[in-house]
Write a protein that binds this ligand. Structure first.
Ligand code: FAD
Length: 462
């Protein structure tokens, strides 16, 4: 049975950006509904444990998330949790599913605050049980106290490796090594020097890792993993002076049962894409980002606003600020009320906060050359079972964009709508053709954005 909600503004995403947007709009006495796929509000940064007795329950992030969710509810926001949006139509009508079936939300404006997701590079063995993204392992550990395995190698690039290492240690796990692709953390020191407000958080992230004497290796990347029923070994190669993996210098780490590999985040843009919003490519912000007017969060689709990491990966503080800006602007548009004065100071603070994130992202850009190393038989799109060889065949045949390769191979057309394989696919095309990532183009998703049972589509009366 379909349930229908009608409201002034629907916010998709109950992370720092979505909660802040919803509260700002509800404080203007508008009827605001927030929808989130997770069973607790908070998104990634304010991630809430599922049980009160968890080792993570008393962390500052969890407490701040609870306060932000409570403030939003106190302002009158309705929250639909465990509710996943799989479609959106102009007007606006959003289609979602929760554990009880189909949900439909009609609104005058939409604020998309869907955040980001892990950026994944395929490699031989990446589909083995025990191989997962750092984000997935962090969520397992923080929400449920479940470890990815007993002996874990954590690899990739970016500051996110630090909180993931911390979460695994706190949940009682054992880290065999942490492997960072950059040659050291030293280039981040000048950036930290001009942002003293980030020192406490940096120390808080480093302390558990240093205290546990975890082995840190720099300047290496994962090139393969192997095992029979589960991952047992990982091959790592050093990066040469050009930042390319040097296979001659490979080494193997054995006797592991889990491997986490990620290269930062990329914006989660499926919803802004189906709503017809413009996107732009920004390497330092994680790739394709929803384009918004920075002082109001308006996209180029009338009535659609976006906030937080869907507009570029930049951390929790900018997410909160951009959320408030978008909430005020969306409310102002519906009420025909001027909110520019309230937004002006927030916009200034937002620009300052984003500078730090851009500096960090710039220092942790993923190394080139990994996609080019993929053997032909390695599966790149695991939903549609498309190998690197099949993709190369189409590139040789003249396809030089993500869209073109997708049409001929179905890579990126499966249930994940390229969230998992999209980056590897674009990198493979870029490395084989010599085109830039921007030139390989944007992979436009299609509804349903998330896998849904057929009876839900029927109940949605589409
Ligand atoms: C996996 C991961 C882990 C992270 N961990 C950390 C960390 O430990 N420390 C740190 O400083 N930063 C972390 N970050 C960065 C973090 O995302 C930002 O700092 C901040 O949370 C961004 O806020 P946001 O509101 O833009 O998005 P998010 O916090 O990501 O919130 C987006 C919300 O949108 C919901 N959503 C998305 N699509 C749909 C849909 N179709 N239907 C319904 N709901 C949907 C998601 O469930 C999510 O709750 C992490 C990012 C990721 C991707």
């Amino acid at each position: 049975m379909r349930r229908r909600y009608t409201c002034d503004i629907v916010v998709v995403g109950a992370g720092p950006a979505g909660l802040s947007a919803a509260q700002a709009a509800a404080e203007k006495d508008l009827d605001v509904v927030v929808v989130d796929a997770n069973s607790h509000p908070g998104g990634q940064y304010y991630m809430q444990p599922l049980s009160a007795g968890s080792a993570f329950s008393r962390s500052a992030q969890v407490r701040r998330g609870k306060i932000q969710a409570r403030s939003a509810r106190a302002a009158g926001v309705t929250m639909l949790l465990a509710t996943e949006v799989w479609g959106a139509f102009p007007g606006f009508v959003l289609h979602a599913q929760d554990p009880d079936g189909a949900v439909c939300i009609e609104s005058k404006a939409v604020i998309v605050a869907t955040g980001a997701h892990d950026r994944v590079q395929a490699f031989p063995g990446w589909t083995l049980p025990g191989v997962m993204t750092p984000g997935a392992a962090q969520r397992l550990a923080k929400t449920s106290g479940v470890l990815p395995g007993r002996r874990t190698v954590l690899a990739g690039s970016g500051p996110f490796l630090l909180p993931v290492a911390g979460a695994i240690l706190k949940a009682g796990g054992r880290l065999v090594e942490v492997v960072e692709a950059q040659s050291s953390f030293l280039p981040t020191l000048p950036l930290l020097a001009i942002h003293p407000d980030k020192w406490p958080e940096t120390l808080r992230l480093l302390f558990p890792i240093l205290a546990a004497r975890i082995r840190f290796r720099f300047g290496e990347v994962v090139v393969a993993a192997s095992g029979e029923e589960r991952v047992r070994e990982v091959e790592l190669a050093p990066l040469d002076a050009d930042g390319q993996p040097d296979l001659a210098g490979r080494r193997i780490v054995s006797d592991i049962d889990s491997l986490l590999v990620g290269f930062g985040f990329q914006p989660q843009t499926e919803l802004t894409a189906v709503l017809g919003c413009r996107h732009h490519f920004d390497e330092e912000a994680g790739g394709w980002c929803c384009t918004v007017e920075s002082d109001c969060g308006a996209t180029d689709t009338s009535g659609v606003f976006a906030a937080g990491e869907v507009c570029g990966v930049s951390g929790a503080v900018p997410a909160v600020l951009s959320g408030r800006i978008a909430g005020l602007a969306a409310a102002g548009q519906i009420l025909e009320e001027e909110t520019v004065f309230e937004r002006r100071t927030l916009s200034r603070r937002l620009q300052r906060a984003r500078r730090f994130a851009r500096g960090l992202n710039h220092r942790f850009t993923p190394p080139p050359g990994l996609a080019g190393l993929l053997p032909d038989e390695t599966v790149v799109c695991r939903c549609e079972d498309v190998t690197a060889g099949e993709i190369r065949k189409e590139i040789t045949g003249g396809m030089d964009t993500v869209h073109g390769v997708k049409l001929w191979t179905r890579a990126g057309m499966g249930p994940c709508q390229a969230r998992i394989c999209g980056w590897s696919l674009a990198r493979l095309i870029a490395e084989e053709t010599g085109n830039s990532m921007k030139e390989t183009g944007f992979s436009r998703p299609r509804m349903p954005l998330r896998p849904v049972p057929l009876n839900i589509v029927r109940d949605s009366s589409l």
